[in-house]
Design a protein around this ligand. Structure first.
Ligand SMILES: [Fe+2]
Ligand SMILES: [Fe+2]
Length: 286
């Protein structure tokens, strides 16, 4: 066990343009209070990759004043401009990345990206995941280049395998990627996209891989309230707690006459689904 555990906040799917401002204000307060060693955001920073959405995302992230690493999501590529999407699909994302990312200096721990988006796909739904050979080779090379003894979390946008949430990722070549990550004994794979949190050990032919998903901080809710994940690595164990906004007073609760049989709000910090699958309730939005 190390003397200084590493604390990470794992955020995802903020979707500026349809962001939940109350949830974001709460997360910002939590970051200021707990000062995590890093914040990892696993994609879908915007709704439609409009410049005003990138500007809002850049302002909010730089205002966190802690080291941040970001991953590209399917909503982070040009949506309205097909020429830009095909010619320079990652330009706006890379522009924000250059402004908001700081080098992460985490003792014995690295966060390595694996791209799961493509500018086009040979199937109708381009919002789903796809791990290209090039993306996987790049990720594995980064993992293999880590100093001996360094543990790794891999940051993706789409879960590499379906995880029982209502939203789907349908990631092509996700199985192969998961097997390669199992072989390298990564601590976990951080993802977003499905807008519900989860924490699952997935079996592969090379052993288990822990897949950890963060919910959304936008109004595009699925089955669970707006949330983020709090991770603590003590050198031996990685603990994951889902933090959600359910304890915050909602608009519906701001009424003059509270019914006498009203239920109290959930206790601060109580996880929605600390480990396991989140039962699907709402229809998918993607
Ligand atoms: Fe999303
Ligand atoms: Fe997504």
């Amino acid at each position: 066990m190390t003397s200084n555990p590493v604390r990470l906040f794992h955020l995802s799917d903020i979707h500026f343009g349809l962001e939940d401002r109350e949830a974001l204000a709460w997360v910002k307060r939590e970051i200021a209070a707990k000062r995590p060693d890093a914040v990892a955001i696993t994609g879908d920073h915007t709704m439609r990759a409009r410049q005003r959405e990138w500007d809002a995302a850049t302002r909010w992230i730089t205002g966190l004043d802690v080291p941040v690493t970001i991953s590209i999501g399917n909503h982070d590529m040009p949506y309205f401009n097909p020429v830009e999407r095909f010619v320079t699909p990652y330009k706006r994302f890379e522009g924000m990345k250059a402004l908001v990312e700081r080098e992460l200096l985490l003792p014995g721990l690295a966060i390595v990206p694996l791209k799961t988006v493509r500018r086009w796909q040979p199937r109708l739904n381009w919002s789903k995941g796809w791990v290209t050979d090039e993306a996987l080779v790049q990720c594995l090379a980064a993992l293999d280049a880590l100093p001996q003894g360094t543990k790794a979390l891999v940051a993706v946008h789409h879960p590499l395998r379906e995880v029982g949430t209502h939203g789907t990722a349908l990631t092509r070549h996700g199985e192969q990627a998961l097997t390669e990550l199992a072989r390298r004994k990564v601590l976990g794979v951080l993802s977003g996209h499905v807008h519900d949190p989860f924490d699952i050990a997935e079996p592969t032919s090379e052993g288990e891989v822990r897949m950890i998903g963060a919910g959304t901080l936008s109004h595009r809710l699925r089955s669970t309230p707006a949330s983020f994940n709090e991770l603590v690595w003590d050198g031996t164990t990685l603990s994951v707690t889902v933090r959600n906004v359910e304890h915050l007073p909602s608009r519906a609760m701001r009424i003059a006459d509270v019914p006498p049989d009203a239920m109290p709000p959930r206790t601060e910090g109580q996880p929605v689904a600390p480990v396991g699958r989140v039962p699907p309730v709402d229809p998918p939005v993607h």
